[in-house]
Design a protein around this ligand. Structure first.
Ligand SMILES: *[C@@H]1O[C@H](CO)[C@@H](O)[C@H](O)[C@H]1NC(C)=O
Ligand SMILES: *[C@@H]1O[C@H](CO)[C@@H](O)[C@H](O)[C@H]1NC(C)=O
Ligand SMILES: *[C@@H]1O[C@H](CO)[C@@H](O)[C@H](O)[C@H]1NC(C)=O
Ligand SMILES: *[C@@H]1O[C@H](CO)[C@@H](O)[C@H](O)[C@H]1NC(C)=O
Ligand SMILES: *[C@@H]1O[C@H](CO)[C@@H](O)[C@H](O)[C@H]1NC(C)=O
Length: 769
């Protein structure tokens, strides 16, 4: 479609403009009627300087350009199509395409680009298609696509992306298709796709996602087609897919062993679900989708006995076409699912019959065909799925004798009290171990000895007061550790120092009151990225205690801090998110965040009883800051916000603002940002309840308070802003974008994210932060 419209544009252009018999560089062939120039496969190391200025199509495919310099195409400003495939390009300098504001299609596929810089695509304000597939892209810098407000399609397949950071695609407000297939993605930040309000089709197939990125996907309100195939997911939990407009979902060639019948509960419009080539043996009727027509189970080992009957009946009643065939029992082998009737689906053996009786409404946990497998008594071992569970069965000792292939071991809700050394022999394959709500008071050193593959350990909601320094000896791969909801009084540094791969640590809801000594984090957990310490009783943090090159997220909300613990963070060059809400910090002094000002993107300071913030409190933080909340404090005067030009979330509500001339800088800033900012006056009395943006008192303000150009208050001319971040306002389309939705959405979604995380944690234990 884009090509057709491009062709139309081209036609109009060609017929409308006089065709000069232009010069043609000797390495190229030129079609003067079509205004196109092709210099293909000539081993060129630079762009021929004599290309005619009126050229609209330039094909430089298969050359040896290596680097695209700043303003490389300044002499051909009329280009609509530019092909730079196979040009050995390693680097695209910032501003490389500046001047190409008519370009519709840019092809940079099959090169060696590894980083997309913030301003690599600066100036391409009409671009519709961008091909970046088959490169070596590992990093997308924030704002890389910020100016591509007209882009329809972006292809990033066959690159080396591992992680997509928050806001990576910000600015693509017209994008319809995004292709991220064939990368190595194993993690998507919750706001990775924030701002893609018009995206329809997303492909993430052939990556390494182990869990369905529920939180990330809920930020995509318009997506209808999602391809997640070829990712190593084992399980889809309840409400995993919460995408209101999704119609086509591809989940084939994954490693699904189980699927909650509620997995699609919030995807009502799904019509096609492809679950082919997984390891499913059963499936329950799916609740949620009301328009389902095709459900593919091809290439699974579907066992056609009485437990499949509910699915068969549901499919018949709802006119859902079931694709695939039975894998057993023998007399039904290879029979198409669509052909078997409810009556064919029987249970013969005594064991099966018994199960049938007690499994009404409880099919998943009991319907797997019973094989005589090694399994401790009063537990269920599913060798197909590699799951073993003894959840809430009243065990008082850790059961032994699980199948050695077990990968998920769920022991939550028992009463172990004490976990002795080597409690899990023969569990080297276990990846995820659940021990929540087990009343564990003590764990001996080497409790998990031998669990060489353990990545996730859930010890939440127990009664641990201290940790043996050797508690985690023998589990070197441990990456995600949940210790929230215990009674730890100290940061368990010595125990953690045995975990060289620790990435996320949850310590919320403990009784930790101090963090010391200095250098704590860098010495005990050199790879730690997320540290969650909410709801402890922390009053002080030693200088440098949280310094760490790896730390990205620190939650210290709901503690007893009386000042911003900035000394603790003076060397945390990658800190992006800091939550200080609900701490009694009455005053915030100048430059309180300066040490982390280069990296900080999200700062939360709600309900802190703060009465006073220095005007320079946030000095140093600047365009990098994306979220700032100061809600529910006692601030009469807000600090200077003028450097925040790229905020996506701001919450200033519930502060008793004094609306006199001092509020003028705030008002000026509000008029310059593309956010609808709510800030209400409390004083003086006659302005109480009015929004700062609506008041009109400034004519009386002394000269030094008023803006250099008085017009500016009424008719904002964002000159300053433009300088700080050219991307923000250059294109007129960007400016007229509806503003309110943008503010509301991330603010709400933060909240949703939190509750979604909690719910998911509880239900599946599969949360990967
Ligand atoms: C291309 O140019 C490079 C040096 O610029 C040279 O080493 C190489 O042999 C050339 N290749 C061809 C196919 O001409
Ligand atoms: C869905 O089922 C219909 C028949 O019910 C079939 O014609 C169509 O090809 C199927 N679509 C897919 C994508 O398999
Ligand atoms: C499912 O089975 C378990 C144990 O067999 C039982 O405790 C539970 O109540 C059952 N749930 C339902 C919904 O029947
Ligand atoms: C912290 O504690 C408060 C009150 O006890 C509770 O409402 C809140 O949910 C807790 N937050 C976390 C993150 O546990
Ligand atoms: C920050 O902490 C507050 C208070 O515990 C909490 O309500 C809020 O959700 C947290 N924000 C984020 C982004 O975690």
């Amino acid at each position: 479609m884009e090509w057709i419209s491009a062709a139309v544009v081209l036609l109009v252009l060609t017929s409308g403009s006089p065709v000069k018999a232009g010069k043609c560089p000797k390495e190229c062939s030129c079609d003067n009627a079509k205004l196109s120039v092709a210099c293909v496969g000539r081993n060129l190391t630079e762009i021929p300087p004599t290309i005619d200025e009126i050229t609209v199509k330039l094909n430089l495919r298969n050359n040896n350009l290596q680097m695209i310099l700043k303003e490389a195409f300044i002499h051909t400003p009329h280009l609509t199509h530019l092909n730079l495939q196979l040009c050995n390009i390693i680097k695209v300098k910032e501003g490389a395409f500046r001047s190409l504001d008519r370009l519709l299609s840019l092809n940079l596929a099959n090169n060696k680009i590894d980083v997309l810089y913030q301003e690599s695509f600066d100036g391409l304000s009409s671009l519709k298609e961008l091909h970046l597939d088959h490169n070596r892209i590992e990093e997308i810098q924030p704002g890389a696509f910020a100016q591509l407000g007209f882009l329809n399609m972006l292809t990033l397949t066959h690159n080396q992306l591992v992680y997509i950071p928050n806001m990576a695609f910000q600015g693509l407000q017209n994008i319809k298709r995004l292709r991220l297939s064939h990368n190595s993605l194993n993690n998507l930040a919750p706001e990775a796709f924030a701002g893609l309000f018009s995206l329809r089709r997303l492909s993430l197939d052939h990556n390494e996602l182990q869990f369905f990125p529920t939180q990330t996907m809920t930020r995509l309100p318009e997506v209808t087609h999602l391809d997640m195939s070829y990712n190593p997911m084992i399980y889809l939990g309840e409400e995993s897919v919460s995408m209101g407009k999704l119609t086509h979902l591809h989940l084939h060639h994954m490693a699904l062993q189980d699927l909650s019948d509620e997995a699609f509960a919030h995807a009502h419009l799904l019509s096609h679900i492809d679950l082919s080539h997984n390891q499913l043996r059963y499936l329950e009727p799916l609740s949620g989708p009301k328009e389902l027509t095709n459900l593919s189970l091809t290439g699974n080992s579907i066992y056609c006995n009485c437990y499949l009957r509910p699915l068969r009946e549901w499919a018949t009643a709802g006119h859902v076409k079931l694709m695939g065939a039975c894998a057993g029992p023998p007399h039904l082998s290879d029979e198409p699912l669509q052909a078997v009737t409810s009556l064919d689906l029987r249970c013969r053996g005594r064991g099966e019959a018994l199960e049938e009786e007690d499994s009404k409404g409880n099919i998943t946990s009991t319907t797997k065909p019973r094989q005589t497998v090694r399994c401790p008594s009063n537990c269920d071992c599913d060798t197909e799925a590699h799951h073993a569970t003894c959840e809430s069965r009243g065990h008082t000792k850790i059961p032994r004798g699980f199948p050695s292939s077990t990968q998920l071991l769920d022991l939550r809700g028992n009463h172990f009290h004490f976990i002795p050394a080597s409690s899990f022999p023969g569990s080297a394959q276990v990846v995820s171990l659940h021990l929540e709500f087990c009343k564990v008071r003590e764990m001996e050193g080497r409790a998990f000895q031998g669990m060489k593959g353990l990545l996730y350990l859930y010890l939440s909601d127990n009664d641990l007061t201290t940790l043996d320094p050797r508690a985690f000896a023998g589990v070197p791969m441990l990456t995600y550790l949940h210790l929230e909801g215990n009674r730890l009084t100290h940061f368990p540094g010595p125990a953690l120092s045995l975990l060289p791969n620790l990435f996320v640590l949850h310590l919320e809801r403990n009784a930790i009151s101090k963090l010391e000594p200095s250098g704590l984090l860098s010495s005990v957990a050199p790879t730690l990225r997320g540290l969650y310490l909410s709801n402890n009783t922390i009053t002080g943090i030693a200088k440098g205690a949280l310094c760490s090159a790896s730390i990205g997220t620190v939650h210290l909300d709901s503690n007893q801090l009386t000042e911003v613990p900035i000394d603790a963070l003076f060397e945390a060059p990658n800190l992006e998110e800091l939550n200080l809400s609900h701490n009694p910090v009455t005053r915030v002094g100048p430059k309180a965040f300066e040490p982390v000002s280069q990296s900080l993107k999200r700062l939360f300071m709600d309900q802190m009883e703060t009465e006073q913030m220095s005007e320079d409190a946030l000095l140093g933080l600047g365009p990098g800051l994306k979220s700032l909340t100061l809600r529910g404090n006692h601030l009469k005067v807000l600090p200077d916000l003028s450097s925040f030009t790229s905020l996506e979330v701001i919450d200033l509500r519930d502060n008793p603002l004094l609306c006199d001339c001092n509020v003028l800088p705030l008002r000026r800033w509000m008029k310059n940002v593309r956010l609808e900012v709510s800030a209400m006056c409390s004083h003086p009395l006659e302005l109480r309840g009015q929004q700062v943006r609506d008041i009109n008192i400034f004519t009386a303000c002394p000269e030094k308070m008023s803006p250099p150009n008085k017009e500016a208050v009424r008719e904002p001319r964002p000159a300053k802003l433009q300088k700080a971040k050219p991307s923000a306002l250059r294109s007129p389309r960007v400016r007229t974008r509806p503003q309110k939705a943008k503010l509301d959405r991330p603010a709400k979604s933060l909240h949703q994210r939190k509750s979604a995380t909690t719910a998911k944690n509880k239900k599946t234990g599969n949360n990967k932060n």
